[in-house]
Design a binder for this molecule. Structure first.
Ligand code: AVI
Length: 326
């Protein structure tokens, strides 16, 4: 059985929240839309395609980190007996499965708690694990990260190992990443662990290409946000009148993505009851992807109550999976 924590308690629908965020973001002087809205059905599918692109090194690098270090990582997880393995934003869990296979080979005593906002993804993952690892106990949770941690807190007090992989931390604003990690820490006890996947600072050309691929899949992924507004909120964006633009700032270590209006135009969005004006070449900021040095990630972790136990790298040192202890 899958636990569904995604229903709103306050009676408002997801669409109403989306409309509110879009209305707010497009009314700002510097227009801004939250990147969490990328992931509708088509957006999630495009992200899968991104992860297979030759330019998008992140997924391959983390895959390598896990295949080369799985025994070491898993023995750290299992060294004190039973634990809950909580995978925040599990998705298809392709990389986590490397660890799951290893853990079951080691006969580790654990259960697996994948958490994701997508109910479809959690259903598919539960089904695939039932055939691939039939002896493993799986409790999938559909909902926001924090709801799942709260739920776990109420129900059990055993040891926890939290996974936050794939550079998902990079999509938070700096202050939100602190709030997030402090909150994760508040649900953990001393000795519990957090394994976090972070994209490292590197040659800006390599980073830039990962977010502006030759096949144009990332551009599609970004533009899909406007398509989603059209479909779900009755928006009237003409997609051809916007382009994807991505730029890396090496001082801050931040990749930023935008949608740029190719001409002066007005766009009506039915569910917000408003028309939004765009100057020619005006930008909508849609995403940040932060790149870290190991020192920066250590400082962030320490600030939030974690200490580094071990850092695992791929051979090119493009990516790191950092094992923190609470
Ligand atoms: C999900 N997240 C870690 C991806 C990233 O690299 O920031 C999302 C993404 N955006 C464009 N390409 C991939």
């Amino acid at each position: 059985p899958i636990i569904d924590l995604s229903r709103k308690q306050d009676g408002t629908s997801d669409t109403a929240a989306f409309a509110k965020d879009v209305a707010h973001g497009l009314s700002l002087n510097r227009k801004d839309l939250p990147s969490r809205y990328f992931y509708d059905g088509r957006g999630s599918q495009l992200f899968q395609e991104i992860m297979n692109l030759p330019e998008y090194y992140l997924t391959r690098a983390e895959h390598e980190v896990f295949t080369s270090n799985k025994a070491a990582i898993c023995s750290k997880f299992a060294e004190e007996g039973f634990f809950h393995l909580i995978d925040l934003g599990a998705g298809d869990a392709l990389k986590t499965k490397i660890l799951l296979q290893q853990l079951s080979q080691q006969k580790a005593d654990f259960d697996y708690v994948p958490v994701d906002i997508s109910g479809d993804a959690m259903q598919q993952l539960s089904d695939s694990l039932r055939t691939e690892l039939p002896d493993m106990t799986v409790q999938a949770v559909v909902g926001e990260y924090f709801k799942a941690l709260e739920w776990l807190q109420e129900n059990k007090s055993e040891r926890k190992v939290v996974l936050f992989l794939g550079s998902n931390i990079g999509n938070f604003e700096k202050k939100d990443s602190i709030e997030f990690l402090q909150s994760v820490r508040s649900y953990l006890s001393p000795g519990d662990k957090l394994l976090m996947g972070v994209d490292l600072r590197k040659n800006p050309d390599v980073i830039l290409k990962a977010y502006d691929d030759a096949a144009g899949i990332t551009a599609e992924f970004n533009l899909n946000l406007l398509r989603r507004i059209n479909r779900e909120l009755g928006g009237e964006f003409i997609l051809e009148q916007f382009r994807h633009y991505a730029i890396y700032n090496p001082l801050e270590g931040v990749m930023r993505s935008f949608l740029i209006s190719l001409q002066e135009q007005d766009v009506y969005i039915r569910d917000t009851g408003k028309t939004y004006h765009f100057d020619a070449w005006e930008a909508i900021h849609t995403e940040n992807s932060h790149k870290y040095s190991v020192d920066e990630i250590e400082e962030l972790g320490n600030h939030c109550g974690f200490t580094i136990e071990k850092v695992y790298y791929d051979t090119e040192k493009h990516f790191a999976d950092v094992l923190f202890s609470a």
